[in-house]
Design a protein around this ligand. Structure first.
Ligand SMILES: NC(=O)c1ccc[n+]([C@@H]2O[C@H](COP(=O)([O-])OP(=O)(O)OC[C@H]3O[C@@H](n4cnc5c(N)ncnc54)[C@H](O)[C@@H]3O)[C@@H](O)[C@H]2O)c1
Length: 394
């Protein structure tokens, strides 16, 4: 059960880059970080436009002198203060993540970085090495994996309830960009431009979420080879894809497929995963996050519900059951669970532990998972752009 009395000796002083007025994801970061009192929100460089960022920051309660023109000024000025920030969340368009995350780590800050972490495996490895060298936590917001039923799925698989894992069917396929909406929407426009979005659109924007769901449920999962087909159904988006299908072979003999799309007309979100084992299967859908379908061969189907005593116990670090069963909880709770884990991990490092070890002890999407997402995108693009050839996963 959720322990509301859990607090840090002193909350982590925290700031944001990006996530300004009207942004899609800024409020979700703030809401989740503030939820349990583990973070003290004190500074920000919220917007590409200085004036708008300052006005927004003061309107949401940040002191004017700590609303900065840009992240470089923020890191430099905050470092001069005794009460300067200790952690920063990066909620800017993809093309800026690498440089901002690198600057944050160099400044000795813990970071929460939006996905995709960066554009290339080389950059990801550099950030990973820097995080280890600086002994800092980097969390990556694959937000839905904070949902309690993902934790349950992980425990069921580890416990052998499904038998040997054979097939993993992953999907994140919404329909919001079925037409050329970017013409009038700046939040979509940067997503379909390689300079700001990177080498892929939906593979990175939604595909890595679905992949990480599988990795969160099956931590030892290793892709050995894959093939990818990607399309730009809205032609102006080429070379970036608005639809992609990936087939994967995993070490140990399991196989998987992943469908990432923004042109699944009529679909709201449809992030789903089905894991098939030799004895049973489980299925989870982000539009019904409180339920996990559990199907044992030869038995009636079961629907497991969040908050119930028959689920596997949670460890204290996870604490993701915030409310008794039956109440609908969703994205905000899942994200708050992740921020709770990020904050707990950062605090332990601040008290002298090694970030690399803490990451193994608390289950959350970390820089290792963010780097894996970048590797996945690079391998998919490599396959797709070579006639959808099978590629050995590198
Ligand atoms: N984890 C998730 O579920 C999820 C969901 C949506 C978006 N995202 C990710 O979040 C990031 C932001 O996406 P969004 O949809 O909120 O974008 P958006 O275009 O809606 O908002 C981006 C914000 O960043 C600001 N900004 C841009 N460049 C900046 C800079 N250099 N310094 C400071 N501020 C800057 C903009 O002014 C704006 O406020 C992307 O990387 C995206 O992939 C993640």
């Amino acid at each position: 059960m959720f322990n509301e009395e859990f607090r840090l000796d002193s909350p982590i002083r925290w700031g944001m880059v990006g996530g300004g007025r009207g942004s899609q994801i800024g409020y979700i970061h703030r809401n989740s970080a503030k939820r349990d009192g583990l973070f003290d929100f004190v500074a920000g460089a919220f917007d590409i436009n200085e004036e708008r960022g300052r006005e927004f920051g003061t309107n949401i309660g940040i002191s004017g002198e700590r609303c900065y023109a840009d992240y470089k000024t923020m890191f430099a000025e905050e470092a001069k203060r005794e009460d300067g920030i200790q952690a920063v969340s990066i909620a800017t368009p993809n093309g800026t993540h690498y440089e901002i995350c690198k600057a944050a780590l160099t400044a000795g800050l813990h970071a929460v970085c939006e996905k995709p972490l960066c554009f290339t495996v080389e950059q990801a490895e550099e950030l990973l090495a820097l995080a280890e060298k600086q002994n800092r936590i980097v969390g990556v917001t694959y937000g839905y994996t904070g949902a309690q039923m993902i934790h349950q799925a992980r425990n069921m698989i580890a416990n052998g309830d499904l038998g040997e894992i054979r097939i993993i069917n992953m999907q994140f396929a919404h329909g919001f960009h079925s037409s050329e909406v970017e013409t009038n929407d700046p939040g979509t426009k940067w997503r379909v431009n390689p300079a700001t979005a990177g080498p892929a659109y939906v593979l990175g924007d939604v595909g890595t979420h679905a992949l990480y769901l599988a990795e969160a449920m099956i931590p030892e999962l290793k892709i050995e080879s894959l093939m990818c087909s990607r399309q730009s159904f809205v032609k102006s988006r080429a070379p970036l894809e608005d639809n992609a299908i990936v087939i994967m072979n995993f070490a140990g003999g399991a196989v998987g497929n992943l469908w990432a799309s923004c042109v699944n007309a009529g679909s709201m979100h449809d992030q789903k995963i089905r894991v098939v084992g030799s004895k049973a299967s489980i299925e989870w859908h982000d539009e019904h996050p409180n339920q996990l379908k559990y199907e044992v061969q030869g038995e009636p189907k079961r629907i497991l519900d969040r908050g119930m005593g028959y689920l596997y116990n949670e460890d204290e670090h996870v604490s993701c059951d915030r409310m008794g069963g039956g109440h609908a909880v969703g994205l905000f709770e899942a994200w708050s669970n992740l921020y709770r884990r990020f904050g707990t991990a950062m605090d332990r490092v601040n008290k002298g532990e090694v970030a690399k070890d803490v990451v193994k002890d608390i289950n959350f999407p970390s820089i290792y998972d963010g780097a894996e997402g970048v590797r996945f995108i690079e391998n998919c693009v490599n396959s797709a752009d070579n006639g959808s050839a099978w590629v050995e996963y590198k």
